[in-house]
Design a protein around this ligand. Sequence first.
Ligand code: HEM
Ligand code: HEM
Length: 219
Amino acid sequence: MIEALRRWAATHTERSRYSPVGIAFHWIMAFLVMAQLAIGWYASILPSGGGKLLTYQLHSAVGLPILLLAIARLFWRLIIPGPVNDADRGGWQTQAAYLTHYLFYLCFFGLPLTGWVMWSALGEPAPLRLAGFIPWPALPLHGLGPEMQYRLLAVAEEGHHILVLLLALLIPLHVGAALKHHFWDRHDVLRGMLPEVPDWEDSRKETQHSPRESGLPQQ
Ligand code: HEM
Ligand code: HEM
């Protein structure tokens, strides 16, 4: 099964492209994570009250699927190697790109996990729901005693905040590097992460009908 998946993915990675599964993971998670940053910041500036709690509920509903996607994506990434492209020429830029990717994965796991700890240590201000409707348990922190729970809350809050700042730094660096590769260096890096569109010229040839074949009078 894994061998068959690898062979299928190789038909893409051999052409310096991510597989469609890798591309779907990338863009779905990029969208969710950026939305999540915006929702989190918006929630944090709202005055206390029902609106703030509702926004945090939305924040947790969007954040928990990110954890499940991160597990699935890491599994996929471990069994399916990425393509070798113009970004893999060695040197500090390649190392910086790999480091950025590792740190992104740290955020994908660390943010939902610290969020889940905070929510549970706060005594579950409202029930957690994955994507807004699938019940998700709080972590069993009640047995720890109030002081330990408070400490855990403080550590998770600090961790969440540091990872938010890290993410806010990584995204512009990563996007800037991708755009530089594409527009400045004319590398194949961004093209390999975009969905493949069939060649317009080829499909035009296939669909174009000649008036002679269709029996219409020619001009
Ligand atoms: C990739 C996923 C996530 C991102 C990008 C994210 C981002 C943010 C941001 C930007 C804030 C604003 C305050 C700050 O800068 O710390 C925040 C706060 C918060 N987030 Fe998240 N979050 C994520 C996942 C989660 C999850 C899954 C939960 C709950 C299950 C959660 C619970 C919270 C809570 C309770 C706060 C308030 C913290 C406080 O007021 O000190 N987050 N998050
Ligand atoms: C407009 C926005 C974005 C563009 C143009 C973009 C572009 C790219 C490109 C071209 C690659 C392939 C790099 C290579 O092969 O060396 C890549 C990989 C990656 N990107 Fe993005 N990206 C964007 C947003 C994001 C965001 C917001 C995140 C995280 C939240 C993210 C996380 C990643 C990760 C983790 C990889 C490594 C993929 C892997 O090998 O598993 N990207 N991105």
